[in-house]
Ligand binder design. Sequence first.
Ligand SMILES: Cc1ncc(COP(=O)(O)O)c(C=O)c1O
Length: 414
Amino acid sequence: MKDKKIEKLIKLEQKRQRETLTLIPSENLVSGDVLEALGSELTNKYAEGYPRARYYGGNQYIDEIEEEARARALKLFKLQPKKWSVNVQPYSGSPANLAVLLALVPLGEKIMGMRLDMGGHLTHGHKVSLTGKAWTSVQYDIDRKTEVLDYSQILELAKKEMPKLIIAGFTAYPRTIDFKKFREIADAVGVYLMVDISHIAGLVAGGAHPSPFPWADVVTTTTHKTLRGPRSAMIFANRESKIAAANNVDIAKAIDKAVFPGLQGGPHMNQVAAIAVAMKEADSPKFKKYALQVVKNSKALAAELIGSGWRLVSGGSDNHLILIDVAEKGIGGKEASERLEKSGIIANKNTIPYDPRTPVDPSGIRLGTPTLTTRGMKEKEMKIVAKLITDVLLKNKNVSREVLKLCKKFPIKI
Ligand SMILES: Cc1ncc(COP(=O)(O)O)c(C=O)c1O
């Protein structure tokens, strides 16, 4: 690289990633092929529109790439093109969610999603997000005692508030989601069910979490978390949605129009090509094994942490993610994540349900196993990681040396 300053910073970041343990559940490591597609000349090209209907010339190869990305995405989730459409152009998860709302819910009307501090996402109707400003938002929470979803409470709220669209799928929820129950709730009030599987898409693809596709009208997902692709997103639309038919809406067309020209301009074709690469990588027995191992590792990490005396939100993990209530041991979430980082363990502070503290310094830290699993770690290493976390937080030790040893044993391969 001629730009020495940026080259140096990239190299330092590469070294940081290699020599630390990433436990951020929304992060992962992409393959060399995904990186190559992202760094390709495709970034030079404008391609506003959709395959075979572009506003610019020179798109013959671009069209093939987008068509391939769509076909591979549908195949990965075992969807028939007759029944489902997919849009691979959203720049990331937040614009994907915004595009669905723009397509299906008139501005100002009501949407319903989970509260951010309970584990929902900003774009599910939080008041600081456009989704909570341009639409009227009602938010459900989780059960105070069990710290899991209470579907009967969500049904009651839906009946009382009569939203036009219900959002399921979360950012910090460690348990399995029952999508059939969400369908029943949406049907009870006759509205759209949108499922945001950004966090668990890789688990769904690999058969390690139930699929929302039999139940949802729309499914959104980022491609860069458990799915192990580029930073980007996709929107799947159910062409046989009864709610869309009742509202006289061509759901696939409405979503395509909302993405472009409703919200975005030219698609980032380097990202689209990288999605295509990632979809093929995920459509393999090796990836299925990976997804199952992510969950096994999360359960092993959770069990070991509980054994060391930690209180976990909801008492454990069914997926890739764990929430530790560190405040219960007298440590703030901010302090906990800072102390872990000094030893090379990268986690993020997070609210826990009904958190008495503030989001700036909440009661919890959020951990996830996707990245360590990509590095090849298994249950045995999760026990070591749990011990290192406990040593740092409860015994005030610096475990940098042990962290580096583990990183060297499980190098990042691209
Ligand atoms: C459930 C969920 N949806 C959407 C997003 C937004 O994705 P992005 O950060 O790519 O905008 C996230 C990101 O963390 C998420 O967890």
